[in-house]
Unconditional design. Structure first.
Length: 360
């Protein structure tokens, strides 16, 4: 009886997915018509282009599933009339196709999950040096390089919103926007404390040090998603500072915005224009407020920052980067890989795929 219920539920889910795919196909046709007849550059045209890009991938998965099903049916037909010694080979081929089909079907189901629309968004990523002094800043720099290389591989665009560097080229803090389809889905599990074990560039005696950096990730919030009352904002301007605290601008182009109801504060000083700094600060502020409100709805925590990175102590690590052993360990899923050099060069796909599979 239980098996029958499970099969019925799976059948019902497949029917729902097929219905949604048909709706997507209709939407796809409508958007193609808008693009063919619409005015390039108009808001309707831009939205249609975006939707076509997202839907095309799922429709391609569906096409591949149908092609695999056709091949499986052909092989099953051959299997009935084949000699015994060839049956094993054909059965292995069918099993291989069944696995491929299952992976594609999971991708289609994932697209229709409630989190899918969020995962498709751009991502705002924040990296901060934690425990470990200058070495922590140098590791934060290396993490930013790793993510930048990953973005190159994925054809994502990076826009630095705010940064604070050290005299030795390290990064105290950097906040950047990752633009591209599925950016948040690929970065969301990077939130937490990243611990490094290596001989620092600043070490004279060859001793291995342990330090840490924290990473926070938020989905980008679009203009119409959250409304902030200007009365709830405290906006201050000041002169941008360089290394050692010296002022690098004669005008007060840097901006600090505080959202009074939540106490969230964002500063931005990278641009020479006060307007551009304010625009970037608002983008970060909206993402943080939206995430905070979502977390409050779920009653998980009081603050997204506490959830993601806590205090930056090494003991709160989600991942360890051990350079002498060329080893990386993700402690959340007990995964250890011995290709750290490859991962630091931006080859994160295997690691991210494993995290998506375990931490859904």
């Amino acid at each position: 009886m239980w098996i029958v219920q499970v099969e019925w539920k799976n059948s019902r889910k497949n029917m729902e997915v097929n219905k949604k795919i048909k709706e997507l196909e209709e939407e796809y046709k409508r958007n193609l018509e808008i693009v063919s007849k619409g005015k390039p550059g108009s808001q309707e045209y831009i939205e249609a282009i975006k939707k076509i890009g997202i839907v095309e991938e799922i429709l391609e998965y569906k096409r591949q599933v149908e092609e695999i099903e056709r091949k499986i049916e052909e092989l099953k037909g051959i299997l009935e009339n084949e000699e015994e010694d060839l049956k094993t080979l054909i059965e292995e081929e069918i099993e291989k196709f069944e696995k491929e089909k299952k992976i594609l079907e999971e991708k289609i189901k994932e697209f229709f999950s409630p989190e899918s629309s969020i995962n498709q968004k751009n991502a705002i990523v924040e990296i901060r040096a934690g425990v470990g002094g200058e070495e922590a800043s140098l590791f934060a720099r290396d993490l930013f390089r790793m993510y930048s290389k990953f973005c190159e591989r994925k054809n994502y665009e990076i826009e630095v919103l705010s940064s604070n560097t050290t005299e030795l080229g390290g990064i105290k803090e950097i906040i950047f926007l990752v633009k591209g389809k599925g950016a948040y889905g690929n970065f969301r599990f990077e939130s937490g404390v990243h611990r490094v074990q290596r001989i620092p560039e600043t070490e004279s005696y060859g001793r291995i040090h342990t330090s840490a950096a924290t990473v926070s990730v938020f989905p980008e919030v679009e203009e119409n998603e959250i409304k902030i009352d200007q009365k709830d904002l405290k906006i201050e301007t000041f002169r941008a500072s360089g290394h050692g605290g010296q002022h690098v601008n004669k005008t007060s182009s840097a901006v600090r915005i505080t959202h009074i109801p939540t106490g969230i504060t964002v500063s931005c000083q990278d641009e020479r224009s006060q307007f551009k700094n304010k625009s970037k600060a608002m983008k970060i502020l909206k993402a943080r407020i939206q995430k905070l409100y979502e977390d409050e709805k779920k009653s998980k925590i009081d603050s997204e920052r506490k959830k993601q990175v806590k205090t930056g102590e090494r003991s709160e690590k989600i991942r360890t980067y051990n350079f002498p052993q060329n080893r990386i360990t993700d402690h959340r899923i007990n995964l250890t890989l011995y290709n750290l050099d490859d991962i630091m060069d931006g080859n994160l796909d295997k690691l991210i795929s494993a995290l998506k599979g375990e931490l859904k």
